[in-house]
Design a protein around this ligand. Structure first.
Ligand SMILES: Nc1ncnc2c1ncn2[C@@H]1O[C@H](COP(=O)(O)OP(=O)(O)OP(=O)(O)O)[C@@H](O)[C@H]1O
Length: 313
């Protein structure tokens, strides 16, 4: 993950590939009587890692589902640059440049190459008949997509397993394949839903490096939902904190981890008064940079995920 690859494989399309701001404005989502998101706003700066965090049930997944078109906002708007995404179908949103990975989907079928080529599907121009008949234009196009998929695999440190069956790879590598598949869509914004959930310490370090490389090497914006606070504090350029569907804080990770309302939301009201705030301050400060060294001891990963991690180690 040290080399850089061009932002887009399309020649002469650089203007189209300028990374725009992602603007979420006053988005509300209601499920019957429940307000899962309550007028939430935030902006993802081009080429930044923007984390959306919050306790269980805060509305993080709902937010992701709105951004990717799985859920429709009851109110509010989402724009990617000049394009309004509000209410568009997921495939339209993907076409406009938003790709996502899922928390619980880990690929097991086919080779790494097969999976990455699935990510190229939306960019393939040759129709079904041309492809089935192996017409020269279709063959050329497939070859070009495969070369690009290999480039992305190498960027994600997957070059050595490009032709390997995904099902035989370790869990952490499969999760990286999933991220590479999303990158094969040539997105402008990558939505990562709990990318290190269920990983052991070494896998987390590798994945954190991969995420940083995507920002630093490709310049793509990343929106990250993750419970691992060490990873968030280390990687994120900006953090939006949700609690009961409301945005309670937004800003640089250093400011977020000292924000009294964030501390209250995570650790419970009243605790920050104990011992001049030291236990709380120490607890949150301990999260910073802790994910890589001692993820189970110091992060805010939910208990069930920690147990999975321990079983894997
Ligand atoms: N499809 C749905 N129908 C009804 N309620 C829903 C639906 N999806 C989410 N909710 C509710 O909306 C609220 C926010 O849920 P959401 O899954 O977005 O939270 P979260 O922050 O992602 O939580 P977690 O960290 O546990 O994944 C919760 O009260 C949840 O029960």
């Amino acid at each position: 993950m040290t080399q850089s690859v061009p932002l887009a494989e399309t020649s002469g399309a650089d203007a189209d590939f300028a990374i725009p701001e992602l603007n979420v404005r006053a988005v509300t989502v209601r499920f019957a009587g429940l307000v899962a998101l309550d007028a939430v706003s935030f902006t993802v700066a081009p080429g930044s890692i923007h984390a959306v965090i919050g306790p269980n049930g805060a509305g993080k997944s709902t937010c992701f589902n709105v951004l990717s078109g799985v859920y429709k906002a009851t109110r509010g708007t989402v724009h990617l640059g000049e394009h309004e995404l509000t209410g568009l179908a997921p495939h339209k949103i993907a076409e406009l440049g938003i790709a996502r990975t899922f928390q619980n989907i880990v690929l097991t079928q086919g080779t790494v190459a097969d999976n990455l080529m699935l990510g190229r599907h939306g960019l393939t121009k040759a129709g079904f008949t041309a492809t089935a008949l192996h017409l020269p234009s279709a063959v050329r196009e497939q070859r070009r997509h495969r070369e690009r998929a290999r480039e992305i695999a190498e960027f994600m440190d997957l070059g050595a397993v490009f032709d390997a069956p995904v099902g035989l790879l370790p869990y952490g590598v499969r999760k990286r394949v999933e991220m590479a598949r999303a990158l094969c869509m040539e997105p402008k914004v990558l939505l990562l839903d709990e990318p290190v959930a269920g990983m052991n310490g070494a896998e987390r370090v590798r994945t954190a490096e991969a995420i940083a490389s995507v920002r630093d090497g490709l310049g793509i914006s990343i929106v990250l939902v993750e419970h691992d606070m060490g990873l968030i504090m280390r990687l994120a350029d900006e953090v939006t904190v949700l609690d009961f569907g409301r945005r309670i804080a937004s800003g640089h990770p250093d400011a977020i981890r000292r924000d009294p309302e964030v501390i209250r939301a995570y650790l419970g009201a009243g605790e920050e008064e104990g011992a001049a705030g030291e236990p709380v301050a120490a607890g949150l400060a301990g999260l910073v940079g802790a994910a890589d060294e001692a993820p189970a001891a110091a992060d805010a990963t939910p208990v069930h995920v920690r147990q999975e991690n321990e079983e894997r180690q």
